[in-house]
Design a protein around this ligand. Sequence first.
Ligand code: NAD
Length: 290
Amino acid sequence: MNTTLLDGKQLATALESELIGTIQDLSAKVGRPPGLAVIMVGDNPASAAYVRNKERACERVGIVSFSSHLPAGVTQSELELLIDQLNNDPQVDGILLQLPVPPHLDDRTLLYKIAPDKDVDGLHPENLGRLVRGEPGLQSCTPAGVMRLLDANGIYVAGLSAVVVGRSILVGKPLSLMLLAANATVTMAHSHTHDLSSVTRAADLVIAAVGKPNLINAGMIRPGAIVVDVGINRIEGAAGKSILIGDVDFQALQGVASFLTPVPGGVGPMTVAMLLHNTVWSYRARHGLL
Ligand code: NAD
């Protein structure tokens, strides 16, 4: 079995190139470029790296960043006030609250406060409701990135039996709904699933979004199945150097899966590409240019 890698980095670069032209054309019509506000609280190094990545990507395509990096001690009401200001700022098309926030803050209330038409992470109940109803709207970036990666590689999920491992509101749940909307037969597996192997072995498409290194091994995959690895786990590699790996045993799946995403370079870059896409979608929608 030849395993084809699903190269998210390459696809994300191609999507960025398309966006550059689109943004130039739209900016000429609207009179300003799209704007994205990223709110980060505290100095979690992983979050800081993700935010830096997002800001650089905005810069590459011509989206203006309005970033707020706030101290870990910021209060709930200060943050709510900031979100109100960004909701009312006509230069800002998208607002993203980088998660996790420190435990004294109520992230659910903060996410609900973001105006649904600026909710580029697709986490507001109005946007999640649209997803459940199969209506257009802002959709969560990582699952949307997975769907785009499959589609761009000619993988049509209609009629396939798909297993999503992980049921978070950020990845697993919205991804299951997107697969369902694309006519896959969807099973959601999670930490209470009995005999995960027999569930995954029955699938044509397995997507792992758990956060456990090498949870999915070769014995859990039917030869020829498609495997997408959303997981990002930092572990100590050879010579004590820290490395990133996914939830799937990448080496063991070579020669077993028909298609496989690498980590890094698979779903991660697609998440950022979809954030840019969502910001431009929101900008268009707000100017009647969809
Ligand atoms: P989460 O912790 O919110 O959810 C994990 C899910 O895994 C839960 O639903 C839980 O039921 C399930 N689970 C836990 N143990 C399990 C087991 N043994 N068997 C089956 N299911 C089990 O995590 P999340 O936010 O959904 O993120 C999942 C992973 O994806 C993490 O590694 C995260 O870093 C990564 N992630 C990657 C991107 C990206 O851009 N590539 C974006 C978001 C999250």
